[in-house]
Unconditional design. Structure first.
Length: 328
């Protein structure tokens, strides 16, 4: 999900694009129409997909992909269940909840290697470890209480010694001194503060045991059985798009603003968000195995954290077979 509470310049050159052609062009065949359901409103969060679409890399793989905008009134799971979207971008906790209600989903790829939840504070009163939350006021949505409780359990911190202040999703309570810290995403409120000249300190919860795969690709068991070629083609295009993104995040941000001129996107904000997404999405593991990969250890860590959130899942919620074909 793209919101925690519900919340080098120019395009890639032709030579660089050619160097990244691991997939056979299928121009002789009519492209198969499919849809990818995004988890939130258009922004640089999905710029790898925009690059894949803009550069024709899905066409190279034989697909005509429509990108369906998400948002507060556009949940990811229903269109994937109904088949109107081949793949949806979700998160492990949302997928686990849907599976508990009978949906036959599999997580087939993980874009964000680290969950983006963070504790943001100011340099004059920083929170640099879970233990430092004790005695502090934290601004957050009450809906995220289980998230904070899980972090405390994982780090043996007294949850009752933290004062929760219900707030709107805004940096203002922190900036004005109403709270000592905020529970937010690494890539939104801290970015907004930085754009306004306020440098926040962020403690990424993923660095302290909070393991919930985010920006995950989900598909139904039926699609894995009956539409494997289309899934491989779609994920192949995503791979190429995100490789280009990693090479030039500024160009990815510029494309995002150009493609959605009516979305109210600020270029400077999009560039900074794009930059700060990189360490969340790319790791030693993705360098070794490829974009979207997930390890057995990360699955076990997710199972542990999801249990603290009240979601009991097993390793078979994750399926690496499409990634194995994509990365060859």
């Amino acid at each position: 999900m793209s919101c925690p509470i519900l919340t080098r310049r120019g395009m890639l050159t032709a030579a660089a694009g050619a160097a990244m052609l691991p997939f056979a062009r299928q121009a002789a065949h009519a492209a198969t129409p499919v849809s990818l359901q995004l988890s939130w409103l258009h922004s640089v969060q999905f710029a790898g997909s925009y690059l894949a679409q803009k550069n024709g890399w899905w066409q190279d793989a034989g697909l005509d992909v429509s990108l369906l905008q998400g948002g507060p009134n556009a949940p990811v799971e229903p269109p994937v269940v109904s088949g109107s979207a081949l793949v949806g971008i979700s998160a492990a906790d949302y997928t686990a909840a849907a599976v508990a209600q009978g949906a036959k989903f599999k997580i087939i790829g993980v874009a964000m290697q680290k969950n983006p939840f963070a504790i943001a504070s100011l340099s004059g009163n920083p929170v640099t470890s879970p233990a430092e939350l004790v005695g502090r006021k934290i601004g957050m949505a009450l809906a995220n209480t289980p998230v904070l409780q899980a972090l405390c359990i994982l780090n043996d911190v007294d949850f009752d010694a933290i004062e929760i202040v219900p707030t709107q999703y805004s940096a203002q309570p922190l900036v004005s001194g109403e709270v000592d810290c905020l529970l937010c995403w690494e890539t939104d409120l801290p970015v907004a503060m930085a754009i306004n000249g306020i440098e926040a300190r962020t403690m990424l919860m993923a660095d302290h045991g909070y393991a919930v795969h985010s920006q995950t690709y989900i598909a139904t068991e039926d699609s894995l059985r009956d539409r494997r070629a289309e899934l491989v083609a779609l994920m192949s295009g995503e791979l190429r798009g995100w490789q280009a993104y990693q090479t030039d995040t500024d160009a990815a941000a510029e494309l995002t603003v150009q493609m959605f001129p009516d979305a109210g996107l600020d270029l400077a904000t999009q560039k900074l968000q794009a930059e700060r997404q990189v360490p969340l999405m790319f790791s030693d593991l993705t360098a070794q195995r490829g974009f979207g990969w997930f390890s057995d250890d990360s699955v076990q860590a997710n199972i542990k954290t999801l249990a603290l959130l009240g979601r009991e899942v097993t390793p078979d919620l994750w399926d690496r077979s499409i990634l194995e074909e994509v990365h060859g």
